[in-house]
Ligand binder design. Sequence first.
Ligand SMILES: *[C@@H]1O[C@H](CO)[C@@H](O)[C@H](O)[C@H]1NC(C)=O
Ligand SMILES: *[C@@H]1O[C@H](CO)[C@@H](O)[C@H](O)[C@H]1NC(C)=O
Ligand SMILES: *[C@@H]1O[C@H](CO)[C@@H](O)[C@H](O)[C@H]1NC(C)=O
Length: 333
Amino acid sequence: MPFFGVGLTLLVLTGSSFFVLGAYYQHHDFWHKLQQLIQEDPYAFYIREKLYDALPLLNLNCREQSVGNGSRMSEIMKYGFPGLDDIRVYSDFVLSYDRRNRVAHWVYEHLRAPCVQSNGGGASRHEANYQPDMSVPSNFRADVTDYKNSGFDRGHLAAAGNHKCHQTHCNETFYLTNIAPQVGKGFNRDAWNNLEIYVRELTERYGSVYVCTGPLYKPKRQMAGFTEVENSRRANGKWCVEYEVIGENTVAVPTHFFKVITVESKLPGGQPYMEAYIMPNAPISTNTNIRNFLADIREIEHIAGLQFFNGLRRSFFFDTNYTTTPELYRNFQ
Ligand SMILES: *[C@@H]1O[C@H](CO)[C@@H](O)[C@H](O)[C@H]1NC(C)=O
Ligand SMILES: *[C@@H]1O[C@H](CO)[C@@H](O)[C@H](O)[C@H]1NC(C)=O
Ligand SMILES: *[C@@H]1O[C@H](CO)[C@@H](O)[C@H](O)[C@H]1NC(C)=O
């Protein structure tokens, strides 16, 4: 009799274990396939309804049901994911969080004219507070105390001024997952702010703009001019990455920031226009034209380890001259 009992227990155990294992492998397999699909074909947005319907099955941090009529994620991510590390979905932007640096890898926004205008929607940044995102595990979470007395501004990646349609949208840009240490005077309050204003102007002019913003930790060549001790330590002439970290949680201070901007054409069937910027996280003298910071998107991909519109397929949608040709911008409609 005891023997029979044990057998039954075993049977029940193995039955449920197989069920759990099966669910795990199905989940794992699905996640793997989805990753592959997005990697191989960011233009998978043609089938995105199917793709995104499946995403809630995955363990994503999803807040998007909180405001409005359901998901904006499929819209925001129309041009594909630059990377897939710790994806976090907010009501009006999507980001990938870098646990090591306590700063996002990238933040994606889809801007529409009514929500970027100064009188748009009525949301105010003065009603919002900087706050840690408690959904990030505490040992990887930045806190407001990290920024205190650091000498750096709490710089928005998704700008608060881009999300004026709902107070909740505006509030969410103040989560520290969307914040990075930025030099205040000459950068966050000046040159970088000018770039954000330029993006809003594009949005008012063309109606629909996708913008991806993130930090860079850019290698730098060690130069002569250090003391002998410094030079031997720094291995003069070699490339290396150096950046400060602030606060108890060692939040990384990026050396640069990038924006990849995709402007949709107003013409039916018109191709989108794309350009990219890299700015140093440093004081930039006033009157510097932001177009001096136009950058090759491949440089951003290389430094950040991200991929925009997947390499060669990019030329399907974008002229190979997308980087620095002002004519393209002038002729774009
Ligand atoms: C939700 O949908 C309704 C009906 O289509 C619309 O009137 C309303 O403005 C939408 N709300 C938001 C926040 O998009
Ligand atoms: C926005 O944040 C402020 C300050 O934390 C809070 O008082 C307000 O209720 C929030 N508004 C919305 C719509 O979430
Ligand atoms: C890129 O620009 C150069 C110089 O303006 C031009 O000769 C070339 O045809 C352009 N390439 C494409 C693919 O438009």
